[in-house]
Design a protein. Structure first.
Length: 417
């Protein structure tokens, strides 16, 4: 079992290059099911969820090659497959994003329901209701969605919550539907914009991506093309917090600062010294004071930054309230942080963080992707040597995390036990 060993207390100085966004790369890969032509994706992060999705595409009959670091090339072979099996979908919810493209391209799909995960039930009811409005016949059996349609038809769809995955599944499905689809109360995350840019490159006709209302005019078929995946705003935000904790001019490059502006604003408000350009952030530790945050859909404070920001607040002088509004169980990192000496009280969706508390090293266990990132941040600050177990959670979404941290002065190594 691989583990991380971190010796805390070392300042972070130097440059970290931010990689491609996992949450943009995964829908982009699903979108390649919409065409048999060659699609070339660049800046794809080397993370486990990308590996899993490439395996799923191969099972679905797509020819996938990875000719160089960050590059994935796909070519459809008629999308011969139509089943996304439970053993893959259960490990990665984003596999559910193949439903819309498979339905649009082949008229049939059998996709396992994703089931819950550590951070919540995470149902897909909005995805299914929207696809039914587009003419899909759906049947739930043995934990799978059996979906059929002759040809999807354009529809007026209003989401009651701005679901990221629901918006992505429906936007992809609508590209080949007959007629026009309007998605109201659509998600506005940068990853939605990036997916729309890829689909447009392939020949889709999409207006309004990035706003609350997206209009997709169906076309007969899509072609190929090349797309550069946007930088990962959550990876950038994670290193931003590391710099706020221990930075001495820690520089983040290759990011889109605007995509994490709310996180930058809240970390700066806590007292960190931050200088930004459009694609670069330099952060240094400052006298930290408490800042309340509540997670919200983009452009609000990202739920994927909640666990990381909580570690920062353990070092602030005073009490901060962190409110998680997106997921019903996204405080799994708290018990592990308690074991390192953090003073955090949970009351429903609110976490009260009292600081500053000196953190002490411990053997801790990751429970989900962003919780594991928060344990790394806590280990960087803690007195002593922290060991983090269940690294597969971390490896799902962070490329070369220990190498990037070691390059800027952290004492961190991966080992087997
Ligand atoms: C995406 O998940 C991201 N994953 C998540 O990042 C991120 O936390 C989330 O968006 C919110 O920003 C990917 O992009 C691969 P949602 P997704 O549909 O699409 C409920 C990470 O750490 N909901 O916007 O699943 C759902 O239960 C991951 O990188 C329904 O009830 O998010 C959740 O409470 C974690 N029914 C809330 O809405 C539905 O049909 C937000 O879900 C759909 C969603």
């Amino acid at each position: 079992m691989e583990k991380l060993r971190i010796e805390g207390g070392h300042a972070l100085t130097g440059t970290v290059a931010v990689g491609g966004a996992k949450n943009a790369a995964l829908p982009a890969l699903a979108a390649t099911l919409l065409t048999d032509a060659e699609v070339r994706l660049h800046n794809v992060p080397a993370v486990r969820d990308v590996d899993t999705t490439c395996r799923l595409l191969d099972q679905l009959g797509v020819e996938v090659s990875r000719p160089a670091p960050g590059v994935v090339v796909t070519r459809g072979r008629g999308a011969t497959g139509s089943e996304a099996a439970y053993d893959l979908v259960k490990t990665m919810r984003a596999s559910f994003l193949v439903l819309g493209p498979l339905l649009a391209r082949t008229g049939r799909a059998r996709v396992s329901l994703p089931g819950g995960c550590a951070i919540g039930a995470r149902p897909v009811d909005r995805h299914l209701a929207a696809l039914e409005e587009m003419g899909a016949e759906l049947h739930l059996e043995d934990g799978y969605v059996e979906a059929r349609c002759d040809r999807l038809r354009g529809a007026e769809i209003a989401f009651d919550i701005p679901t990221v995955g629901g918006t992505e599944n429906c936007m992809m499905a609508a590209t080949l539907a007959e007629g026009t689809t309007t998605l109201r109360n659509a998600a506005r995350e940068p990853e939605i914009n990036d997916l729309a840019a890829l689909l447009t490159t392939l020949g889709a006709r999409i207006e309004g991506a990035g706003s609350h209302t997206i209009t997709i005019h169906g076309v007969e078929e899509l072609g190929g093309g090349t797309h550069h995946v946007i930088p990962d705003r959550i990876e950038a935000g994670t290193y931003l917090v590391a710099g706020a904790l221990l930075g001495n001019e820690l520089e983040l490059t290759h990011c889109v600062t605007e995509h994490l502006q709310t996180a930058v604003d809240r970390v700066r408000a806590s007292g960190a010294q931050i200088v930004t350009d459009s694609d670069r952030i330099v952060v240094s530790r400052g006298e930290l004071h408490p800042v309340d945050v509540r997670t919200q859909p983009y452009p609000g404070f990202p739920t994927d930054m909640q666990a990381q920001f909580m570690v920062l607040m353990t070092q602030a002088v005073g009490s901060a309230v962190i409110r998680e509004t997106i997921f019903e169980n996204r405080f799994m990192h708290v018990p592990e942080l308690h074991r390192m000496g953090a003073d955090i009280t949970i009351d429903g969706h609110n976490a009260l963080v009292r600081g500053p508390t000196p953190l002490s090293a411990a053997h801790v266990m990751a429970t989900d992707l962003r919780a594991s990132a928060s344990l790394v941040l806590a280990g960087l600050v803690a007195e002593g040597e922290t060991v983090i177990d269940r690294l597969y959670h971390l490896d799902r979404g962070y490329e070369n995390l220990e190498q990037k941290l070691a390059t800027v002065g952290a004492r961190v190594e991966r080992f087997r036990e």
